[in-house]
Design a protein around this ligand. Structure first.
Ligand SMILES: Nc1nc2c(ncn2[C@@H]2O[C@H](COP(=O)(O)OP(=O)(O)OP(=O)(O)O)[C@@H](O)[C@H]2O)c(=O)[nH]1
Ligand SMILES: [Mg+2]
Length: 413
């Protein structure tokens, strides 16, 4: 009986998703046609999110008092966060990362409160978001953490509030090199105008990226106006970061010799600024050479933006040279993006991209775990590997099994 009930619930969810998909696709293509974000559409989105929260809560509540508790927890955390309680940042991030069903409802409520608050702040700031999100990527050992320590310190001394987050899905096998070692940032760790979030525990890139996206919103709610997102240039994480930030910065070491030192061409095409690190002592000369290499490499690359041409600069975190110039270039980029009215549309595009990424990840999981599909997967994979069936045919067969059950359930069979 219990097994039957579980299967029925699963079929119901599956058929609901299949029905909802065309509707959602229509909505997104509409959003794409109207890619210029108007205040109206932004506010409708936020409004929908807020009004949807109590409804979602009510599905999971077991008693009225429990709902009150949940609501008051999200509200309490929100007030503490915007009120400057430092401990609330970690509590909020833990809540939005939770995979517990009930906690997720509270997290939605919390995020909706923060988004509404940020929207108000943006309106008060002439429609300009109060934060600047900067992604930092580069090969292992390029000097990212050391740069963040020196650069972040300079920013806080100038009156900014700096949050540092990491995207590191590789930490399960690399031992968590990213920010794992906070000793690389001793001063920034102690700085009350900075917040450093050590690498989250390992997971899929999709999961880690989702957590980072939400953590960015939490940090912005806490008043941090510069968000630095560090990622190591391996795997797909740097592409994920490119879709999370307003500006992407690539840090390259001066050593390594021949052309572009194995740094993926794809990421070089996406960056807005290249910083050649460790331009000090004996490394000054190779650093100049690497700068020249990247400058000419960028010249032959397709122009990506009408308003901004990526720049190459030399920096040294050790001697603190080039840091001011690097920040001035970042500010220049920010100003140009705001003036050309490309800043908000870029963020809006990223939000849509992530929504679909998360949906894709989840639907794939539902498909893989489907009781009618899962047992067939090894067999199909073997048939495809041995060339007895084409990949397209195998996919069609599995999909038709998935659809057949969903339709049967819809028809009450
Ligand atoms: N000479 C010199 N060495 C530097 C500089 N910045 C970093 N280093 C050294 O480079 C090494 C790597 O620095 P990290 O900051 O840990 O590099 P990372 O890119 O964060 O490394 P991962 O997080 O492991 O990818 C360390 O030994 C640093 O001392 C610099 O400006 N000059
Ligand atoms: Mg590091």
């Amino acid at each position: 009986m219990l097994r039957m009930a579980l299967w029925q619930t699963r079929f119901f969810c599956t058929s609901f998703l299949l029905k909802a998909l065309p509707w959602a696709t229509k909505r997104t293509s509409f959003a794409h046609r109207n890619s210029q974000v108007s205040r109206g559409s932004w506010s409708r989105w936020s409004q929908t999110l807020r009004t949807s929260v109590p409804a979602t809560n009510s599905v999971h509540k077991t008693s009225a008092s429990q709902t009150l508790d949940k609501e008051s927890l999200a509200k309490k955390l929100f007030h503490q966060l915007v009120g400057g309680h430092r401990a609330a940042i970690a509590q909020c991030i833990t809540l939005v990362e939770s995979t517990h069903h009930g906690k997720q409802a509270q997290a939605r409520e919390l995020l909706a409160e923060i988004l509404a608050y940020l929207k108000k702040k943006t309106a008060e700031n002439d429609g300009i978001p109060t934060s600047f999100r900067i992604g930092l990527t580069g090969p292992p050992g390029a000097g990212k953490s050391t740069f963040i320590e020196a650069f972040g310190k300079q920013l806080t001394e100038a009156g900014h509030k700096v949050a540092v987050l990491a995207v590191d899905p590789s930490s399960s096998y690399s031992g968590g090199s990213l920010l794992g070692d906070k000793t690389r940032m001793p001063e920034l760790t102690r700085d009350m105008s900075a917040y450093i979030r050590a690498s989250p525990t390992a997971g899929t890139l999709g999961g880690v990226a989702r957590n980072t996206n939400d953590a960015i919103v939490v940090c912005e709610g806490a008043g941090f106006n510069i968000i630095l997102v560090e990622t190591v240039g391996v795997g797909q994480s740097e592409y994920a970061v490119a879709d999370m930030v307003d500006m992407l910065v690539l840090l390259v070491p001066p050593a390594g010799g021949d052309e572009l030192q194995g740094i993926k061409r794809g990421i070089v095409e996406k960056v807005d600024l290249i910083l050649v690190s460790k331009a000090d002592g004996e490394l000054k000369v190779p650093s100049r050479r690497v700068k020249a290499e990247y400058t000419s490499a960028l010249k032959i690359m397709r122009k990506r933006s009408q308003v901004w041409s990526p720049k190459v600069m030399q920096v040294s975190a050790l001697t603190k040279t080039g840091l001011t110039e690097a920040w001035e270039t970042m500010e220049e980029y920010h100003t140009i993006m705001i003036k050309s009215k490309l800043f908000l549309p870029k963020r809006a595009h990223q939000h849509r991209t992530w929504m679909w990424n998360h949906i894709r990840d989840n639907i794939l999981d539902i498909f893989r775990c489907h009781p009618e599909v899962r047992p067939e997967i090894p067999q199909m994979e073997a048939e495809v590997s041995q060339g007895r069936i084409t990949a397209g045919m195998a996919a069609d067969l599995l999909l038709s099994r998935f659809r057949a059950k969903a339709t049967a359930h819809d028809n009450g069979l």
